[in-house]
Ligand binder design. Structure first.
Ligand SMILES: Cc1ncc(COP(=O)(O)O)c(C=O)c1O
Length: 392
C-alpha cells in the first residue's frame, strides 16, 4: 500500500519553471515570495506515487529514445474511461496530441476553413478563442445565462444568432470557469443544437475527473450515442502532470476520425514518451484512489473558500460542481473592474485570472485556483476579507 497523499505539504515552486508562480511578478506585479498564485490551472500538489515511480524508472533506465508499443497506454485509457466514466472506447479511436490546446488547434484545422465561425458558450476557457483567432477563424460567442447564480444554456437565443457561417462548436464539459456539470438534458440540447446548425461537435472534457461529491459528470457519448463527437480528455489536469503536454482526442465516428488523422499527419504530431509513461501509470487503481482523496481535499478547500468569500458583502463565488476553479463575481460591490482587481492584486497580493479573458459575461469576475494546500486557501480568504474590509 502506498502512503496516503499529503496535500497539506507546502512545496516551494518558485524558481522551478512554474508559470503560475514564476510568471506572476511579470504579469500581475505580485512578488511570489509574499503573494499567492491562484491563476493558471495546475495544482501545487505532487502527483500520485505511481506516477512518480514511473518517472523514476525511466530516469533509472536512462535512455530516452523514441516511444514504441502503446498497448499498455491504450489499455489504461480504455480501463479508465470504462471504470470512471462508463464509456467503452476502442483503441483505434485514440489520438495523442501535445495537450488539448494543441488538440483544439488540430480540430480547428481539421473541421473548419479560414473565415468560418466556431461557436463558444461564453464565458469559457480563454485558450479556445486564442487558438480560433490565431488560425484565422471567427469566434461566435453564445452567452451562457446566469440564473440564480449559476450558468444555463439558452438555445432559443443561440438559434437566433446562427447564420450558417459557423462550422464547429466547442463544448467545455464540465464547464471552466463556471464549474457546472452539465445535465443529461443540457447535453441532449447541445447535440440537437449542433445538428440543427450543421456544427461539428467537440467536447473538451479535460476536467471530467474533478467532480465534486454529489455531482455526476456524463461523458458526452454516454448520453448522446448517436451524435458524432470529438472527445478531448487527458490525465494532465486530474493528476497534475500538465507539463507533460499530453492529451487524448478520442473519435468514434470514422469520417471525423479520418479528417483528424489527416491533420495530425500534416502537422507531424507524435507523442512524447514521458507523457505516455506517466499517463499509463496514472490510469490505474492506485491513481484512482489518489484521485478520490484529492476530490475530498478540494471539496473542503471549496467549502472554506466559498464560506469566507460569500461572507464579504458584494462578492459571490459560484457553486462549484466540478473543477478546482472558483469563479467569483464582484458585481455586487459596485466597484469598477480596475478597483476590485487592484484590491485583489495589490491589496491581497493574490494573482487570479481576469474574467474578460473568458469572453462575454466575464467582465465582473475573477477566477481563483483552489488546488493548493489548505493553509494557503485560508490565508487567501483572510486577505480578501481584509482587502474588502470596508464593505463588512
Ligand atoms: C477546458 C480546458 N481545456 C484545455 C486546457 C489545457 O489543456 P492542455 O494543458 O492539455 O493544453 C485547460 C487548462 O486549463 C482547460 O481548462
Amino acid at each position: 500500500m502506498s502512503q496516503s497523499p499529503d496535500f497539506d505539504e507546502i512545496i516551494d515552486r518558485v524558481g522551478h519553471h512554474s508559470v503560475k508562480w514564476d510568471g506572476m511578478q511579470g504579469l500581475y506585479g505580485v512578488d511570489p515570495r509574499e503573494g499567492i498564485a491562484m491563476w493558471v490551472a495546475d495544482m501545487d500538489f505532487r502527483p500520485p506515487a505511481c506516477v512518480q515511480k514511473a518517472l523514476e524508472e525511466m530516469a533509472a533506465h536512462g535512455v530516452y529514445g523514441y516511444w514504441g508499443d502503446d498497448r499498455a497506454y491504450l489499455a489504461a485509457i480504455g480501463w479508465w474511461m470504462a471504470n470512471r466514466h462508463g464509456w467503452q472506447i476502442a483503441p483505434e479511436w485514440v489520438f495523442t496530441t501535445h495537450g488539448l490546446v494543441n488538440g483544439t488547434a488540430l480540430c480547428v484545422d481539421a473541421f473548419t476553413a479560414p473565415g468560418d465561425g466556431v461557436v463558444l458558450m461564453t464565458p469559457v476557457y480563454h485558450a479556445f478563442a486564442r487558438v480560433i483567432k490565431a488560425a484565422g477563424r471567427r469566434v461566435v460567442e453564445c452567452p451562457l445565462v446566469l440564473n440564480d447564480g449559476r450558468y444555463e444554456m439558452d438555445f432559443d437565443a443561440w438559434d437566433a444568432q446562427m447564420d450558417g457561417s459557423a462550422k464547429m462548436l466547442i463544448l467545455c464539459s464540465p464547464h471552466n470557469p463556471g464549474g457546472r456539470v452539465w445535465t443529461e438534458a443540457e447535453l441532449r440540447g447541445v447535440a440537437d443544437f449542433a445538428r440543427r446548425h450543421g456544427l461539428v461537435l467537440v467536447s473538451d472534457e479535460i476536467h471530467h475527473d474533478l467532480v465534486m461529491p454529489g455531482h455526476k459528470h456524463h461523458a458526452f457519448p454516454t448520453v448522446c450515442p448517436e451524435q458524432p463527437v470529438v472527445m478531448m480528455t487527458a490525465t494532465t489536469k486530474t493528476f497534475n502532470i500538465a507539463g507533460t503536454h499530453s492529451g487524448n482526442v478520442i473519435i468514434a465516428d470514422p469520417d471525423l476520425r479520418a479528417r483528424f488523422a489527416g491533420r495530425m499527419a500534416a502537422r507531424g504530431v507524435s507523442p512524447n514518451s514521458f507523457g505516455l509513461a506517466l499517463a499509463t501509470a496514472a490510469y490505474s487503481p492506485e491513481g484512482a484512489a489518489w484521485l478520490d482523496a484529492l476530490i475530498a481535499y478540494l471539496d473542503e478547500n471549496r467549502r472554506i473558500f466559498d464560506a469566507g468569500v460569500n461572507a464579504i458583502p458584494g462578492l459571490h463565488s459560484m457553486p462549484l460542481e466540478a473543477t478546482y476553479l472558483a469563479w467569483v463575481d464582484f458585481a455586487g460591490t459596485g466597484m469598477t473592474r480596475e478597483e476590485f482587481t487592484a484590491r485583489v492584486e495589490q491589496g491581497a497580493k493574490i494573482a487570479a485570472n481576469h474574467g474578460p479573458t473568458f469572453g462575454l459575461g466575464g467582465e465582473s469576475f475573477l477566477r481563483f485556483n483552489l488546488a493548493t494546500p489548505r493553509a494557503r486557501v485560508i490565508e487567501a480568504v483572510a486577505r480578501l476579507q481584509a482587502a474588502f474590509g470596508d464593505l463588512q
